[in-house]
Design a binder for this molecule. Sequence first.
Ligand SMILES: [Ca+2]
Ligand SMILES: [Ca+2]
Ligand SMILES: [Ca+2]
Ligand SMILES: [Ca+2]
Length: 320
Amino acid sequence: MPRATLTLVMLVSYLALGSGNALRPRPVSAQGLGSKIAFVSNRDGNPEIYVMDANGANMMRLTNNRASDGAPTWSPDGTQIAFASSRDGNRDIYIMNADGSGQVRLTTHEANDGGPSWSPDGSMIAFDSGRSGSSQVWRTNVDAGNWGSNLTQLTNDHPLGRVNNFLAWSPNGLWIAFEADRDRDDPEIYLANAVDGTNQQRLTFTRALDEVPEWTPDSKQIVYSTDRDGEPQNGNYEIYIMNVDGSDKRRLTAAPGQDSNPSVSPDGTRIVFDSSRDGVTEIYVMNIDGTNQVRLTTSGSRAPDGQRGVSNSNPSWSPY
Ligand SMILES: [Ca+2]
Ligand SMILES: [Ca+2]
Ligand SMILES: [Ca+2]
Ligand SMILES: [Ca+2]
């Protein structure tokens, strides 16, 4: 076959495959579960949200905005991503389609709003907001055109100035896990009833920084990050896993630097997280028991604008 004809055939095949992919329904088989990872990177000059395959391939930028974009989290059906952005002057919650199209601002309050997490039926988003005077946990409906209905404040602790944030809605819908520094000057992991904020339970109690809880798909365990090993607040975070009642805390990483922001694969077998163990913060995956830790991203040493320390962080594993 002449070279030009071959090239044309390949191009036609590529275009056909491309449009076929766009029209095909999302995979629902076990094979398709957890195929994507959303994360934050400043590789193009400022914090943007990216998505890549679960093996680190096919990286694609979803936001393109001079302001900070972060905290990506998937809708339960995998078609949308909620995130936080300061593009409109203060931090607010936005949603977009999984390909980055259709970016819509949801919160309009002048206080900072962030850390979105979807209810498992997709009807609500829980988030942290400073609108009551300090950072507290809220939730509201997320139906299109109906943002703000059923706006409910779930935590309301005193004194003002304490912080409740980094929340995660349990897959069974019952609980919201979050971190709060309400007891002392270091955060602990808490649970609150997702309906009305009652029955709050403290799952950790250390002098260390216990942070960023996320759920396993069966809602029986919580992964989180803590620098509890060694001197208090030494900054060497490790990923831990514990039962939902706070028992059986087990350390999964043992690396220099910060290991944080864990997110569990939808089949419950793996954890994606970020780590500065190799000098700059990159995305890694490991098995749920901490074995087979593998790096997925390589940022290089510098951002295009010359700032040092390009990072890849805050991974979120897609449900589909
Ligand atoms: Ca940005
Ligand atoms: Ca706001
Ligand atoms: Ca603590
Ligand atoms: Ca570490």
